[in-house]
Ligand binder design. Structure first.
Ligand SMILES: C[S@@+](CC[C@H](N)C(=O)[O-])C[C@H]1O[C@@H](n2cnc3c(N)ncnc32)[C@H](O)[C@@H]1O
Length: 120
């Protein structure tokens, strides 16, 4: 991370949040927030990069997620299953959304990531 960059990480489990806060205690660029990302992130937005690493917003994306991302900013999520059969609301949301430009990348032969940029 650049010296003037900031990183916010959110964790609803109080024990995990406390461990993360301790781990980053000596780095003023990092803010560890205890709570639900859906509640605590909107007031801190917009972000240039949003890594969806779990929680309901990864499984069930919502329109208001887009307001967290600066125009031109990027959303990344990994641990997806490539070639998953049937309707897939996560892929449909990101790959078909008119306000983002998104692609799916294989990270291994059996795992995939989606990288989505918010259009200006
Ligand atoms: C796959 S783990 C990733 C943890 C961490 N980012 C890492 O790489 O070690 C997903 C995490 O999302 C957290 N989580 C679940 N619901 C959440 C929510 N509503 N808001 C924020 N985080 C949530 C879980 O408690 C869990 O720690």
């Amino acid at each position: 991370m650049a010296a003037d960059a900031g990183l916010v990480t959110v964790e609803p489990n109080p024990d995990l949040a406390a461990v993360a806060a301790e781990l980053f205690a000596d780095d003023p660029r990092v803010t560890v927030v205890h709570g639900d990302a859906r509640d605590v992130l909107p007031p801190l937005a917009p972000f240039d990069l949003l890594f969806l690493d779990g929680g309901p917003w990864k499984q069930e994306p919502e329109e208001r997620l887009l307001e967290l991302i600066a125009p031109g900013g990027v959303v990344v999520m990994d641990d997806l299953t490539p070639g998953r059969p049937g309707p897939d609301p996560v892929r449909q949301f990101w790959l078909d959304h008119p306000r983002v430009l998104a692609t799916e990348l294989l990270t291994t032969p059996t795992t995939a990531a989606i990288v989505a940029a918010r259009l200006p």
